[in-house]
Ligand binder design. Structure first.
Ligand code: PLP
Length: 496
C-alpha cells in the first residue's frame, strides 16, 4: 500500500516519498509526515537473521513506496559499504548493564553518517524519477556533526552542490577542522556569527524566500535540505532501532517480543522520533528516554506540557545537542494533536511569535511513551570517568548525557527493562572534553596529542576521519552575519 507524505501545517495535497525527499520542507513551512505508519511485514525472527543492509531494505521499502526494489537496494548498497569501518555497520557494545548502539562507524564518526550516507543517493534517485533537470543545492545548518556528514555524503556527487552554515564559535575544534578542510568543488562551508538556532532560522528563511527560488530556477538550481527535517534522513534512522533489536535477539540477549527501552541523546528530535516511528511500526519498545544537556527545553516540555524557548542558550560539551528549537518535535506535536494541521499550525505560530506554546491535557496524555530528563555538565563528565574506570569503555559527551539520564531514569522508576543507548559520536570527535573528564592532567596537552593518548587508554585505534585532518589544509574561510546568508549563497551560485 502506498504511503504519501502530507504537511504538518495545512491540508495541501500529499506527495509521493520521492517528492517529499526532493522538497525537504513543505511549501507551507510544514514538515512532511507519512499519512500512516506502516507495520513491519517481516517477523522479528526473520529480521534477526538479516544483515544491516537487508534490514534497511525491509524498513525503508515500507516508507519509500514509490521507489522500485532495484532503486532502493542500489541506494542502500552504495551507502552502507566500506565507508563504514565494520561490516556490522552499527555494532552493539554491552557496558555497565546497558547496550550501547555504536552509530559512529561511518565516514565522519558521528551518527549522522547513518542517514547522510544514503540521502544523496535517495535524492539523486528522486530527482531522476521526477524528471528534475535543475542542479540540486543542499542548504544545511549544522551544530557540528550534520555539516561534515552532509559534506562527506555530497562531495563530488554529480548534479548537486552543498552549502553548510555553522555557528562560528559553537562547534568543537575538531568538528570545525573537519568541515573547513572538506575537499570537493561542489562544497561550500560558512561560519556565521551567531548560534545554531540563528543558522537554522536563517536557512529556513532562505528556503521560504519566493524571490530567491525564482532567481535560482532561472539559473538552473533548486534547493533541497539535508537537515534532519528531510524524511530522507528520518526513514534511514528507523533502521538501526529495528536492527539493534534483531541483533539482541540473534545474540540471545532478549526473547522474541520482549520489550526494550531506548535512550537517545537529543537535540533536534530526529533520532528519537525515528525510534518512536520504529515503535509505531510494531517494534517492541517500551519507554523512549529523551536525554538533554543543560539546554533542557525538551525535559521541561515533557514535564510541564509547555515548550518554551525563551531562555539562555548554553554552550555545553555536547554541542550537537545545543538547540532550543527541536524542529522534528513538530512531527510528534502534529500526531498528538490528532493529525490536525490546524491545531499544529496554531502551536507552531505561537512558537514563532511568542517563543512558546502549551499543549492540551489530552495531548499530554499521549506522551506516555516518553520520559525526559537532562544531565548537567558535571554529571556528563562524571559518567564518562566512571564508565571508563569500571569497564574501560570510553564514550563521547553526547552519549554520556544519555548514559547519565539512563541512570536517573532507573533511579526514578526502578525499571530494569533491557535498554539500548544510542551512542551518537566517537569519543575521538570530542577528545578534549572526554579526556578532561577522565583526568584533569590532560588539560595541558594539544588536540592531537590527546587523540593519541585516548587511543592508548581506550585501546581503540585512531579513526580514519581523525587521521585525515591532522595535516589537511583549510580550504573554506568564509565567515558572515546572519543577514548576509542570502548574499553568500547567491555568490557561490554565481547569481547576481
Ligand atoms: C545530531 C546529534 C545528536 C542529536 O540528534 P537529533 O536527531 O538532532 O536529536 C546527538 N548526538 C550527536 C553526536 C549528534 O551529532
Amino acid at each position: 500500500m502506498e504511503v504519501l507524505y502530507k504537511s504538518t501545517r495545512s491540508d495541501i495535497a500529499p506527495v509521493k516519498a520521492s517528492q517529499a525527499i526532493l522538497k525537504g520542507l513543505s511549501e507551507d513551512g510544514g514538515l512532511f509526515v507519512p499519512d500512516r505508519i506502516p507495520a513491519l511485514d517481516k517477523s522479528l525472527s526473520e529480521l534477526s537473521k538479516m544483515t544491516y543492509g537487508e534490514v534497511a531494505y525491509e524498513v525503508m521499502k515500507l516508507f519509500l513506496t514509490d521507489f522500485t526494489e532495484e532503486e532502493l537496494k542500489n541506494c542502500i548498497n552504495k551507502a552502507y559499504d566500506s565507508k563504514f569501518d565494520t561490516e556490522e555497520i552499527a555494532p552493539l557494545v554491552e557496558a555497565d548493564g546497558a547496550y550501547y548502539l555504536e552509530l559512529f562507524h561511518g565516514a565522519t564518526i558521528a551518527f549522522k553518517d547513518m542517514a547522510l550516507s544514503i540521502l544523496p543517493h535517495l535524492l539523486i534517485t528522486s530527482a531522476k524519477k521526477n524528471d528534475v533537470k535543475n542542479e540540486i543545492v543542499i542548504l544545511t545548518a549544522t551544530s557540528g556533526d550534520t555539516g561534515k556528514a552532509a559534506l562527506a555524503g555530497f562531495a563530488g556527487v554529480e548534479g548537486t552542490k552543498i552549502i553548510v552554515f555553522y555557528p562560528k564559535n559553537g562547534v568543537s575544534p575538531i568538528q570545525e577542522k573537519q568541515m573547513v578542510t572538506q575537499k570537493g568543488d561542489n562544497t561550500h562551508v560558512v561560519g556565521i556569527h551567531g548560534n545554531f538556532d540563528d543558522a537554522q532560522t536563517g536557512v529556513k528563511t532562505l528556503f521560504n524566500d519566493k524571490e530567491l527560488a525564482k532567481e535560482m530556477e532561472e539559473a538552473g538550481f533548486q534547493f533541497s535540505s539535508a537537515n534532519s527535517i528531510n524524511i530522507g534522513r528520518l526513514v534511514p534512522q528507523i533502521v538501526y532501532y529495528v536492527y539493534s533489536y534483531a541483533k539482541l535477539m540473534a545474540e540471545g540477549e532478549i526473547k522474541e517480543g520482549e520489550v526494550i527501552n531506548v535512550v537517545v541523546p537529543t537535540g533536534n528530535f530526529g533520532n528519537i522520533l525515528a525510534a518512536y516511528y520504529a515503535k509505531n511500526m510494531g517494534l517492541p519498545i517500551g519507554k523512549l528516554i529523551c536525554a538533554s544537556n543543560d539546554n533542557k527545553v525538551l525535559y521541561d516540555f515533557f514535564k510541564t506540557g509547555t515548550y518554551d524557548r525563551n531562555r539562555e542558550f548554553v554552550l555545553t560539551t555536547s554541542p550537537s545537542m545545543d538547540i532550543l528549537i527541536s524542529s522534528n518535535l513538530e512531527r510528534l506535536i502534529y500526531r498528538i494533536a490528532g493529525e490536525s494541521s490546524e491545531k499544529n499550525a496554531e502551536l507552531m505560530g505561537a512558537l514563532t511569535g511568542e517563543g512558546k506554546y502549551t499543549i492540551t491535557e489530552d495531548m499530554k496524555a499521549l506522551l506516555d511513551d516518553f520520559y525526559g530528563n537532562y544531565a548537567s555538565e558535571k554529571e556528563t563528565a562524571e559518567v564518562i570517568k566512571a564508565l571508563y574506570e569500571q569497564c574501560g569503555y570510553v564514550i563521547d559527551t553526547h552519549t554520556a548525557v544519555a548514559a547519565s539520564v539512563y541512570g536517573k531514569y532507573k533511579e526514578d522508576t526502578e525499571d530494569e527493562t533491557k535498554t539500548v543507548i544510542a551512542s551518537t559520536a566517537s569519543p575521538f570527535k570530542f577528545t578534549r572534553s572526554v579526556m578532561e573528564a577522565i583526568d584533569t592532567k590532560y588539560s595541558s596537552m594539544g588536540d592531537f596529542e590527546l587523540v593519541d593518548e585516548l587511543s592508548k587508554i581506550a585501546n581503540v585505534s585512531v579513526p580514519n576521519a581523525i587521521e585525515e585532518i591532522r595535516t589537511a589544509p583549510v580550504v573554506h574561510k568564509t565567515v558572515c552575519d546572519r543577514t548576509e546568508m542570502k548574499t553568500v549563497v547567491k555568490d557561490f551560485l554565481g547569481i547576481k
